[in-house]
Write a new protein. Structure first.
Length: 121
């Protein structure tokens, strides 16, 4: 694998991830607005999202059922996952190029990203 091939693959990954996330959020946002355009907001009472939309498994489970709120969150999760996948792909590409210093740096960056995501409140 050459540097040019790696850059091309990373570019395709980033474009695909961002476009797919945008399409999912736009489509599910449109469906949500069509279904809830006449709802009256209750400003005196603050309500959060339902409990099934607070975890990745809950979001995926609700998105499979075509819940528009879950689909919007799925699009956001995909947008967050895109740069993480980019770092992972870079690590694999550097491994095939036998550039082990960059493999190590990419794995450190990947571990920091995953740690920060898993330990955020």
């Amino acid at each position: 694998m050459t540097d040019k091939q790696l850059q091309l693959m990373i570019g395709i990954l980033l474009r695909t991830g961002v476009i797919l996330a945008a399409v999912i959020v736009a489509a599910s946002g449109t469906v949500y607005l069509i279904g809830h355009h006449a709802d009256q907001p209750h400003y005196a009472r603050f309500t959060t999202e339902s409990a099934d939309l607070r975890s990745i498994t809950g979001i995926l489970g609700s998105a499979v059922k075509l819940n528009s709120e879950a689909m919007m969150q799925l699009g956001i999760l995909l947008l967050i996952a895109t740069p993480i996948a980019r770092v992972a792909l870079a690590a694999v590409g550097f491994y095939f190029e036998r550039d082990y210093l960059y493999v190590a740096v990419s794995l450190i960056v990947l571990s920091v990203l995953l740690f920060s995501l898993s330990h955020s409140s």
